[in-house]
Design a protein around this ligand. Structure first.
Ligand SMILES: [Zn+2]
Length: 276
């Protein structure tokens, strides 16, 4: 699943291979995208030049020279692929932008949950995003203030793009592991030092993932995500998986102890009536 580092890597592709190019045609191949982009909107793209590209959280904004914005979001499995116009399209191609120089940018998306929208020039875009997780100006104090009114557990809160923009299921789990904070800890119970550790951990986790295209590429070593049943890299305790707010949470019960709920004593063998 693409999160901030992967979307930033996709932006790099757009900066080098789409910025400055003029669109000669946009084709939409998947019905879900056809519902979002009407034929008239696609026709009106002809001749528009991509002036600049911008990342906001996990959203990608392609600013056209006339002020319109093509707004892409990868969601679960989207990605860009580059090809030559007229070349066979990759599997799961959902939309294609053809440029005047004979190159094409293909939106590929196996799960087909990704979105592309068009915003008119001058539109106020409210994406409902909090501070960007990669913004060096985002402070631990700001994070603490945002957590203070929240009573729920910290892990699902980190996925809320209004709290912080750019984190997803993978790097939220990694950040909590790094900061030794239990995913169950209530947001408003985090102390100042713990919030500071979390803020630092988010930085470190994103920095380590910088340049990665997709985490399933093995380009990034993960400490806790998707490691259920494996020994913790820090304390050797077996990593566990639980479901929180409908998403898998991976954590180490041995060293992510800050805010962890009291655990029931290990289950004893059932006593059989009459047995000693
Ligand atoms: Zn551990």
């Amino acid at each position: 699943m693409p999160e901030l580092p992967e979307v930033e890597a996709a932006l790099e592709v757009l900066r080098t291979r789409a910025r400055g190019r003029t669109i000669v045609r946009m084709r939409v191949l998947h019905p879900a995208l056809r519902r979002r982009l009407k034929p008239a909107q696609l026709r009106a793209l002809v001749g528009a030049r991509i002036a600049r590209v911008e990342r906001r959280g996990k959203h990608q904004l392609l600013h056209l020279d006339d002020g319109r914005i093509l707004h892409a979001h990868f969601r679960m499995s989207g990605d860009w692929m580059l090809t030559e116009t007229g070349a066979p399209l990759p599997r799961f191609a959902r939309a294609v932008l053809d440029f005047e120089d004979g190159s094409s940018l293909v939106f590929v998306d196996s799960r087909a949950l990704g979105t592309i929208d068009m915003h008119p020039a001058g539109a106020e875009l409210d994406l409902g995003l909090g501070p960007d997780a990669a913004d060096p100006a985002w402070t631990a104090e700001q994070l603490a203030a945002a957590l203070a009114p929240r009573r729920g557990p910290i892990k699902p809160a980190l996925l809320d793009q209004r709290l912080v923009a750019g984190l997803g299921n993978i790097y939220a789990a990694e950040s909590l592991w790094r900061a030794r904070i239990s995913p169950f800890m209530r947001c408003n119970a985090l102390e100042g030092a713990q919030v500071a550790a979390l803020r630092k951990a988010i930085d470190a986790v994103l920095l380590r993932a910088t340049g990665s295209r997709y985490t399933d590429d093995d380009t990034v070593t993960l400490d806790v995500y998707d490691r259920e049943g494996l020994p913790c890299r820090r304390c050797d305790t077996t990593i566990e998986r639980v479901v929180q707010a409908g998403r898998s949470t991976y954590f180490c019960p041995g060293c992510q102890t800050a805010g962890a709920p009291k655990r029931a004593a290990p289950k004893k063998a059932k006593r059989v009536r009459g047995a000693r």
